[in-house]
Structure formats: C-alpha cells, structure tokens
Write a protein that binds this ligand. Sequence first.
Ligand SMILES: Cc1cc2nc3c(=O)[nH]c(=O)nc-3n(C[C@H](O)[C@H](O)[C@H](O)COP(=O)(O)OP(=O)(O)OC[C@H]3O[C@@H](n4cnc5c(N)ncnc54)[C@H](O)[C@@H]3O)c2cc1C
Ligand SMILES: Cc1cc2nc3c(=O)[nH]c(=O)nc-3n(C[C@H](O)[C@H](O)[C@H](O)COP(=O)(O)O)c2cc1C
Length: 615
Amino acid sequence: MGEKPRKLLVLYASQTGNALDAAERIGREAERRGCAASIVSADEFEASSLPDEEGVVFVVSTTGQGDSPDSFKAFWRFLLQRNLGKYWLQQVRYAVFGLGDSGYQKYNFVAKKLDKRLSDLGATTIIEKGLGDDQHPSGYEGTLDPWMLSLWSKLYQINPKYFPKGPDVMIPQDEVIDQPKYMTLYHKREPKLLAESEIIQRARGMSPGKLSKDKSKPDCFLKMTRNEVLTKAGSAKDVRHFEFQFVSSTIGYEVGDVVELLPSQNPSSVDAFIERCGLDPESFITVVPRETENSGEVLTQAPIRLKTFVELTMDVTSASPRRYFFEVMSFYATAEHEKERLQYFASSEGRDDLYNYNQKERRSVLEVLEDFPSVQIPFEWLVQLVPTLKPRAFSISSSPLAHPAQVHLTISIVSWITPYKRTRKGLCSSWLASLTPEQEINIPVWFHKGSLPAPPQSLPLILVGPGTGCAPFRGFIAERAVQAQSSPVAPVMFFFGCRNEGTDFLYRDFWEFHAREGGMLSEEKGGGFYRAFSRDQPKKVYVQHKIREMSKKVWDLLCDGAAVYVAGSSTKMPSDVMSALEEIVSEETGGSKEDASRWLKVLEKAGRYNVEAWS
Ligand SMILES: Cc1cc2nc3c(=O)[nH]c(=O)nc-3n(C[C@H](O)[C@H](O)[C@H](O)COP(=O)(O)OP(=O)(O)OC[C@H]3O[C@@H](n4cnc5c(N)ncnc54)[C@H](O)[C@@H]3O)c2cc1C
Ligand SMILES: Cc1cc2nc3c(=O)[nH]c(=O)nc-3n(C[C@H](O)[C@H](O)[C@H](O)COP(=O)(O)O)c2cc1C
C-alpha cells in the first residue's frame, strides 16, 4: 500500500484577527496545491496531542507588551511544562509565522519564544520562522507571501506526498471557490422583546468574529455626561475629555484599568450597504457555522433582525476588507474588466497595488463594493469576510475614589489624509466626538485589566505619559490625592510631554494644582512634575530628555523601591524611555549598558516596570 497523502495542521492564535486571516490563507494556499489542511485556533486544540501531528504551521501574533493572545495562553502554559522533555515532539515538523509590529520593543516576541520552545522539545523546523511586520509597506503579507513559497518547496523536498502534483501546480483561483463557512437561516418575525444587552450578546455571539471564547455580552452601558475639547485652537490635534455615568448597573474598576467601547456606525452608510447588497433589513436571521448544519444547535439559536446584526457586528463603514474578500469578489463579478482587476488584486503580483488601493486608502467594504458594481456577493460570504466591528480600548483617566460612579476617558480624535487626499476619520473617536450628553445614548462597554496594575499607595512612582498617555496617570494622581487626605502616601514623579505648551498641554490646571506646595507632585512631597514641549524650541525635547535631566532624583526614587509606569504612543516612546533609564542606571551604578538593561529586566519581572502603549 502506498503512503497516505500528507495533511497540514495550521494552528493559530490571534488577538484582533490578522493571524486568523494569515492562517486561513496558508490553509487555502496549501489546499490549492493539493494538500489538505485544517485550521484550528490554539484554544480549540488539545495540546497533549501535538506529538501525533506530522506537519504543523503555527501562526501567532504578539499583543500587549510582548504578550500572547488570550487564545494562546493555556496552550503555551502546557508547552512550558518541564516534564515534556527534549524528545516530546521528535516526530513533529513545524514552521512558525509570527505577526507583530517592529515599532514595539518586544517585536514578534511570541513567535520567537514559541519557535525556541518547539525546538527545545525536539521538533524539527521546516523553514526559518517568518516574521510579519505591520511596519512593512504591504503589512504582514509582505513577508507572508515569499515565506509561504519557501514553505511549499521545503515541504515538497521533505516529502513529495504533501503536493502530489508538485508545489507549483495550483488549481486556478477562478475555478474553485470554497463554500462559505457560515449559513444564514431566515425566520418568521419573533415577537419577544429583548433587553439591549441581550441583543448585543445574541448578535456578537453569532458573529464569526469571535477570536477566542469571547465575551459577547457587554459588562454594562455608559451614558456620556461631558464632552470637552482639551486642545486649544491652533493645535494639530483634537483631544477630548469625556465623562460617563453608568446606566443601571455599576461596575467596579481600579486606576490603570481599560474600558472597551463598541462604537456605532453611521446609520445611512449601514442602510447603503444593505441596499447595495440587496438584503432585507427587516428579515430575522440566525447565523450558524456550516459544520453545525445538521446538529441541534441550529434550532436552539434565537433569531435577530438582519439590520441589527449588520450594525453590531459587521464593520462596513470603516475597516478595510482583507485580500480574500477581493478573491471572492472576483468570483462573483459579472463585468469582465472588474473580474480581471479583482483577480489581479488577489494575486501575488497585485499585492502592492491592492495595498495602495485598499489598506493605504483605508477603503471601507461599502466603498469597495461601490467601486465594483457588477459584484453581488451572497450574504453568507459577507458575514464571513466583512471585518468584525471591534470594540476600542481606552485607558480610564478617572479614579473610582475621586470620581465615584463615573468613568473618564481622554481621547485623541483620529483623522488623517490618505495618499489620494481623502480625509479619513477614526470610527470610535470621531463617533464619540460627535455625541452630546443630551442624546442620552447607551454605549456598550467591557472593563478589563490592562498592563498597568493599580499601585498601592505606599509605592513610590515614576510616571511617564506624554500626549493621551497621561490618561491613566490622571487617575493615579487623583486617587493618591484622596488617599493622602487620611494617610501617608509615597512620592510621585510625573513626566508629561506634548508638542506646544500653548495648545496641547492636556489637563494643565490639574497637574499644576497637584504640583503646588504640599500637592501630590510637589517637590516637598518628594515628587515632581516635568514637562517636555517638543516643538516650542528649535531642538526637539521629549520626555526621555526630561528623565535624563532628572537622573539623580529618578535614581534615588528607584533605589527607594519606585515602580516605573509608561503609557502612550507605541512607536518610539517606550523604547526611548527605556534607553534613558538604562543610561541613568549605568551611570549611577558604574556598570555597563548590558548590566543596566538586566537591572531593568529584573525590575520588570518584579512588576515594577509597566508599559501600556497604543498606536
Ligand atoms: C490598551 C489601550 C489603551 C488605549 N488608550 C487610549 C487612550 O487613553 N486614549 C486614546 O486616544 N486612545 C487610546 N487607545 C487607542 C484606541 O483604542 C483607538 O485605537 C483609537 O482611539 C482610534 O480608534 P478609532 O476607532 O477612532 O480609529 P480607527 O477607526 O480604529 O482607526 C485607527 C486606525 O486608522 C489608521 N490611522 C490612524 N491615523 C493614521 C494616519 N495618520 N495615517 C494612516 N493611517 C492612520 C491606523 O490604521 C489606525 O490603527 C488605546 C488602545 C489600547 C490598545
Ligand atoms: C495593543 C497592541 C499591542 C501590541 N503589542 C505588540 C508587541 O508587543 N510586539 C509586536 O511585535 N507587535 C505588537 N502588536 C502588533 C500586533 O502583533 C500586530 O498588529 C498583529 O498583526 C496583530 O495580529 P492579530 O490581529 O492576529 O492579533 C500589538 C498590537 C496591538 C493592537
């Protein structure tokens, strides 16, 4: 009997969906070459059965500050067990593709440590790991495409049974299209009235966008009570202070926590999408995975209005569709010139042009569909391929002690001009900016711990928060000021930065009040408030320069057991701050830069160096 054809397992772990897309693409490309592939999320895979697999492609992203996606945590804990030994995976061949952003200090950290661990457990690598980078002009796909080609040829060399007709013989794209993974069932109108949170839970629970065992139901709703512009006329930015109160139930939170907020989409754009796709907005639907077609699950799902499903789960007005969307569109295009263009976009040769047309221009699904009027895609495909409407995270800028039953946020309203001179706006920030308290809109939210643990009041603090990075520290300082009224508190140094003092100095009165005699940030309390206005003089001055200027005091506070907290832009700031601190430690201890870096690593391991950064 001949050898069985080979099968690949593609195991992925994704926080926001990119690794899932990459995994699906790898799976599709393998199948087009005649190799069966199963694509499984790490939290749905039994880790103990890994040694039974022959060929595994891992696709993992890095999130937080070098953290693994939620869906990877249990799998990773399993792999770290000491008793597994160095031969545990000796039958397994593997390849790792990581998704990351080289703007972060711990670039593709999860992929790198996974690669090392698999090798330590005896697995054999098929090819050198691939590292996808958001900073690449074509995004992670810039690395994925060439990496996959090497993967296929290496697999073929290892065993031709992977690709019986060779690694380059492919089923043409326009001859096959898979079945969509989801089915839509249409129902008669349902009479039962549901609470708002149940509607959201129902819609988001059905959506394919669940990346791990997701919390579909919001923790509660917030209502806006204040919308105030913090920046002054002439600033290049529009940064707002928002205040909210809880609607019905109140959720307890701590300073440093993060709230996730589900934005609403422009109603007329949602209507335009529904009309463009020929859908009935008032129909009642359930969306179920095709694989459950014959199971009882289909019958137990309660239906939801189609328009509500689109509004709550499908980002039709803001996010750009993925490459596969163009491939599926090409299949359904009836005008020849549209079909050709879409096929080109979906091909490797068209990748950069697609990037310029789609991602760089931040074209929405609705805009893309309008550009290709002959395409009529079945709703099942749209459900699968339209990007999921994602909640946006914000560092809470209030303190539950100082602002009971309130939540404050400090938000930069996102807006930019694309290369083709189109103005684009951030969905959530611009929606919030457009709201007024009088509208009394209920905003669905989820609370969770971020990367900034609430510090005990006895812990000295060195806080670094330029721009909206000051948000969590407004909460820290307000909280400590209340605590100081009844018991002693440890000193706080705060480094703030912005472009111009006159226009961008967020919460100026608040910081200056606390920096006054006897205040939380005052010199006599052992603290300090340091400001870097980068563009008020010819030479740029940033927070890291101010930290260097205060070397002695920073070092003394570190020696007193201070914790460092950094928040704000993820691009360069966190690593510049880290370098400034390395220089201080090395100067003060007389040790090398490497020693200083190790010293700070120990601080980090002890939970005394915390960074929350966002792009
Ligand atoms: C843990 C955490 C805490 C956060 N805390 C805060 C906070 O306190 N305050 C705050 O303001 N934000 C914070 N953010 C960021 C916030 O979550 C949102 O990303 C931000 O508000 C933009 O959301 P949006 O919906 O308005 O924009 P979106 O619709 O999501 O658009 C943003 C995207 O647009 C693109 N984009 C933006 N500007 C440009 C440009 N100039 N050129 C090209 N493309 C561009 C980028 O792809 C960017 O990711 C935090 C993020 C995280 C993860
Ligand atoms: C909040 C946040 C934190 C991130 N942290 C890191 C990081 O520490 N290192 C890194 O290389 N990339 C980091 N990234 C970039 C992501 O890894 C990258 O965007 C990736 O494509 C996301 O894949 P996913 O959607 O599958 O999670 C971060 C992205 C976000 C939004």
